[in-house]
Design a protein around this ligand. Structure first.
Ligand code: NAD
Length: 331
């Protein structure tokens, strides 16, 4: 198949060319993000391959379908950026990579927790400047603390396994509790109980209408004073303005995010020479107890190999059978 890649970065090209070495697919690498305007660049292709911030609303999908595209291959797990019913209506099959390396995201999540707790970002800067004072760097033992995991699928369970090793008490909220998580010692509670009892709250559920702004002002008010909030799932799970208020009042003690609800205009690009116009995001960067990473939790060698291999296997399966086990929605 001829496949147009949108939002291509050098690493996408490297890993996909390696995965395609024994295959006959023709890969066309494009730099722009997919939008209704850039969809025309997918000229004379059977499939488009897209990432988390490509926009696949109805206008984009209509344009792609009109150009003869048959397959949308997401090189990620989440599909909140795709209008799935519209795709089905237009005869477009949408496939994804449901699990590539839950370890990559879980390990980054725990890295954020530990860095925030022991203030590694500040400690590093101090030492670079010859300041070896410890005032302001006081942390706590994770051992014995209660961590609330929202969403106990592949990544949430991996986080649970790691934190088990630290001796944490683990609470979880999930619309579909998993016996495997319970076997790890996780105790399922309501979202409200989790918010009230956890020292650390970490988000691992998908972004859906039901989970949009799951962490809003009311949820934050329920949380313990000084709570650590970590989000490596999708930005829209958190009402960022509410969390900024929580940080200003010190009710939120630490925030670690790898995703941001308006990240589409920021992440994956070098903007170091430009002015950031998003004042909410800029405010976040002023807090000493906030760490933001630019959607890099997935970014390990193992994950990129698995993403490329599964994406091309999805394309192969669709080409062979007209269907795919990793399809999203009804088709
Ligand atoms: P998964 O499908 O294995 O698990 C998701 C879990 O969330 C499931 O147990 C599901 O029952 C639960 N869930 C669904 N709706 C819920 C709700 N309303 N309330 C509470 N729980 C709910 O997915 P996963 O592989 O563990 O990935 C989780 C999320 O991580 C993805 O949706 C994606 O958005 C995000 N992610 C981020 C990165 C990154 O680089 N930052 C990489 C991969 C995935």
């Amino acid at each position: 198949m001829r496949i147009a890649f949108f939002s291509t970065k050098p690493y996408d090209r490297r890993f996909f060319e390696a995965a395609n070495a024994d295959s006959t697919h023709e890969l066309v690498f494009l730099f722009p993000r997919l939008t209704a305007e850039t969809a025309r660049l997918a000229d004379d292709v059977d499939a488009v391959c897209v990432f988390v911030n490509d926009e696949l609303g109805r206008p984009t999908l209509e344009q792609l379908a009109e150009q003869g595209v048959k397959l949308i291959a997401l090189r990620c797990a989440g599909f909140n950026n795709v209008d799935v019913p519209a795709a089905a209506e237009l005869g477009l099959t949408v496939v994804r990579v449901p699990a590539y390396s839950p370890h990559a995201v879980a390990e980054h999540t725990v890295a954020l927790m530990l860095a925030l707790n022991r203030k590694l970002h500040r400690a590093h800067n101090r030492v670079q400047e010859g300041n070896f004072a410890l005032d302001g760097l006081l942390g706590f033992d994770f051992h014995g603390r209660t961590v609330g995991i929202v969403g106990t699928g592949a990544i949430g369970q991996c986080v649970a396994r790691i934190l088990n090793g630290f001796g944490c008490h683990l609470l979880a909220y999930d619309v579909h509790p998993h016996p495997e998580a319970e076997a790890l010692g996780v105790r399922y509670v309501t979202f409200e109980e989790l918010a009230e009892q956890s020292d650390v709250v970490t988000l691992h559920c998908p972004l859906l209408p039901a989970t949009h702004h799951l962490v809003d002002a009311a949820a934050i008010a329920r949380m313990k004073s000084g709570v650590m909030l970590v989000n490596t799932s999708r930005g829209g799970l958190i009402d960022t303005r509410a969390v900024v208020d929580g940080l200003k009042s010190r009710h939120v003690g630490h925030l670690g995010i790898d995703v941001y609800e308006e990240e589409g205009d920021l992440f994956f690009e070098d903007l170091s020479d430009t002015i950031i116009h998003d004042d909410v995001f800029a405010r976040l960067l002023t807090f000493p107890n906030v760490i933001v990473t630019g959607h890099q939790a997935f970014f390990t060698q193992e994950a990129l190999e698995a993403i490329a291999a599964t994406t091309l296997a999805n394309v192969d399966e669709f080409e062979r059978t007209g269907q795919c086990g990793n399809a999203v929605g009804d088709r």
